[in-house]
Ligand binder design. Structure first.
Ligand SMILES: Cc1cc2nc3c(=O)[nH]c(=O)nc-3n(C[C@H](O)[C@H](O)[C@H](O)COP(=O)(O)O)c2cc1C
Length: 199
């Protein structure tokens, strides 16, 4: 099957070995990330997703916050591997922080009480779709990325550092950078167990 969307999906992988030499400058990279988040669909077109894009010393500061936070909770004898992992993310060119604005969710719940229970769930769907959109857009631009979840332990320090609204909840972190290694092969479960097509 040849399909341009599927071809990009095929290039997207979790890239943990990232460097600083990305093919786009910071402005073009930001524009790409913003466009991907804007084009990602949200329930009722509520546009609940928010993104914080960190480059340079801001990116370094984020991974320093992660390191400092983990140092307080990871046992000393296990910290070397944690340190290596965090340093690998810090070696990248930047990080996207994905947020969902809970004020938007609350407003929707008030406006459409019939769907009140669904809006928090749909907000989680929306962030996942936005994350995939950014991840694949970066991949198409030959920029490697992975998806990390150091929330909620870093939330407070991050919100304080970049003075973010208290209604924004951190859902994921996406460190990105140049590809510094290939990928191991990915296996897939059997289609017959996953899909049922009736035609
Ligand atoms: C919802 C979700 C959460 C994930 N969380 C993490 C994570 O916290 N840390 C991590 O290294 N990878 C995380 N991943 C990446 C997956 O492990 C990875 O996408 C999967 O193994 C398939 O590999 P691929 O991305 O190379 O296709 C997450 C992926 C998804 C979709």
């Amino acid at each position: 099957m040849t399909n341009p969307a599927i071809s990009v999906f095929e290039t997207r992988r979790s890239q943990y070995a990232i460097g600083k030499q990305i093919p786009l400058d910071q402005e073009a990279t930001s524009a790409l990330i913003k466009r991907a988040v804007k084009l990602a669909p949200t329930s009722f077109n509520s546009q609940s997703s928010r993104a914080v894009i960190l480059f340079g010393e801001h990116h370094d500061r984020l991974w320093q916050i992660v390191m400092d936070t983990l140092r307080e909770i990871v046992p000393v004898d296990a910290f070397a591997s944690t340190e290596k992992k965090v340093n690998a993310f810090a070696a990248g060119a930047g990080t996207v922080l994905f947020y969902e604005d809970q004020d938007v969710v609350k407003n929707l719940q008030e406006k459409f009480p019939l769907y009140a229970d669904n809006f928090p769930v749909w907000s989680e769907h929306a962030t996942g779709i936005a994350q995939f959109a950014v991840w694949t857009a970066l991949s198409e631009a030959n920029i490697g990325a992975s998806l990390q979840h150091y929330n909620p332990i870093i939330d407070e320090a991050v919100a304080k550092e970049w003075d973010l609204p208290s209604s924004w909840t951190l859902r994921a972190q996406m460190p990105f950078g140049s590809h510094e290694s290939g990928f191991s092969e990915k296996t897939f479960m059997d289609d017959s167990e996953r899909f049922r097509v009736f035609a």
